[in-house]
Design a protein around this ligand. Structure first.
Ligand SMILES: Cc1cc2ncn([C@H]3O[C@H](COP(=O)(O)O)[C@@H](O)[C@H]3O)c2cc1C
Ligand SMILES: O=C(O)c1cccnc1
Length: 365
């Protein structure tokens, strides 16, 4: 079994024998030519459905030997607070995180509107909100702690907390899949989390931090310069490069849980639709923990956030949509759910050209 943890200083370590969250089988890429031939035989010119055909191939590989199913989709929105928010790295106060979570539960904001349009269920998870939210129908309490520590000064969380966050999401998403979810989508809410995502990207992709820091929720040029200085301070504090260490150093709990969600979907052989910058940073953590998880990731859209380009290049991902979105909350992932359903339909519902030309389909005119 591959070791998961480095022996980086300053962090508590689980024993090297501890389980790697879940077992993930790679897809069988040798099946790809057969799937392409099946799609080429459909009643259309070969290749004429463009990148939808690539998505169909990916779904075919994921679901093999079963036909892909794409009926029930669920978007998991993980929410948590960040100690980094105390450094004014966001144009909004940390309290916006809990306010937005209340709005998700009331069903009236971005993720709700787009989930409704995509016929997708919403699951809101408290991964570490800095508030004692009253029990509320629709809110799943998996709080690790009331917010991470300030990553510009100290590790955002312990290795044990990172592990517990990943494990909690693995269990949650695995149960959902066992209950009939065909498509998993991931998104987040957490003021300050584009700084965490930038630091994770910088360290795991070995990219300059300046290429990873962007406007987040809407900083101006001076705000971005300040955010970069804080990120540089956080980066200088640690030399961690192992994925779990990097996650623990920079946070946050919602990013850890999104990584767990990716691992759970991959372990259960389901596609996981990745939202924008922050969700992609979580996907990179998951892929570095388990490279096989990459086969199950569907990168939905190209975020307007600067560092997303680095993440997409690092994971060799070409997203399907480019709508200029920079919201998070799973909104971009939701916009790609109809594409996933359409791609599955190419494999399951599309007649062959030979049958159409033989006149065995449709009523004779
Ligand atoms: C009202 C509002 C709703 C949001 N929904 C998602 N985000 C997005 O913005 C935050 C990241 O940006 P930063 O790192 O600059 O804080 C995250 O919560 C992300 O999901 C929002 C941000 C705001 C202000
Ligand atoms: O792409 C994202 O996920 C994103 C970008 C900016 C702010 N919040 C989220």
């Amino acid at each position: 079994m591959r070791p998961l943890l480095s022996t980086h200083r300053g962090l508590m370590h689980a024993p090297r024998s501890s389980p790697p969250f879940c077992a993930i089988a790679p897809v069988d890429h040798a099946l790809e030519p057969t799937l392409r031939a099946r799609i080429d035989a459909k009643a259309k010119p070969p290749g004429s459905l463009g990148r939808l055909e690539d998505l169909a191939v990916q779904l075919g590989l994921i679901w093999h030997p079963a036909p892909p199913r794409a009926d029930r989709a669920t978007v998991f929105v993980f929410a948590a607070d960040h100690g980094l928010a105390a450094e004014s790295v966001s144009p909004y106060p940390a309290s916006v995180t809990r306010s937005m979570v209340r709005a998700y539960l009331a069903g009236c904001v971005g993720v709700n509107v787009l989930a409704k349009a995509a016929f997708t269920d919403l699951c809101v998870v408290d991964a570490g909100i800095d508030d004692d939210l009253p029990p509320c129908p629709g809110l799943i309490d998996r709080k690790i702690r009331r917010g991470t520590r300030n990553a510009s000064r100290e590790p955002a969380m312990s290795i044990d907390e990172a592990r517990r966050a990943i494990d909690a999401a693995v269990a949650l998403v695995s149960d959902a899949i066992d209950g009939g979810v065909d498509i998993v989508a991931i998104g987040e809410m957490g003021i300050g989390n584009t700084t965490s995502a930038a630091l994770i990207t910088h360290r795991l992709a070995a990219a300059p931090i300046a290429d990873c820091v962007g406007r987040g929720a809407g900083l101006d040029a001076a705000g971005v310069a300040h955010k970069l200085a804080i990120a540089e301070k956080a980066s200088a504090r640690t030399t961690a490069t192992a994925p779990l260490d990097v996650l623990a150093e920079f946070g946050g709990f919602e990013i850890a849980m999104m990584a767990g969600a990716v691992l759970a979907a991959a372990a259960r052989r389901r596609p996981v639709v990745i939202d924008g910058f922050i969700a992609s940073a979580a996907a990179l953590v998951a892929v570095r923990l388990h490279p096989e998880a990459r086969d199950y990731c569907v990168f939905s859209h190209r975020s307007a956030e600067r560092g997303h380009k680095v993440l997409l290049e690092t994971m060799a991902a070409t997203p399907y949509l480019d709508l200029g979105l920079r919201l998070g909350e799973g909104t971009g992932a939701l916009m790609a759910i109809p594409l996933v359903r359409a791609a599955a339909g190419i494999l399951t519902d599309f007649a062959d050209l030979s049958d159409v030309l033989a006149g065995t389909i449709g009523t004779p005119s």
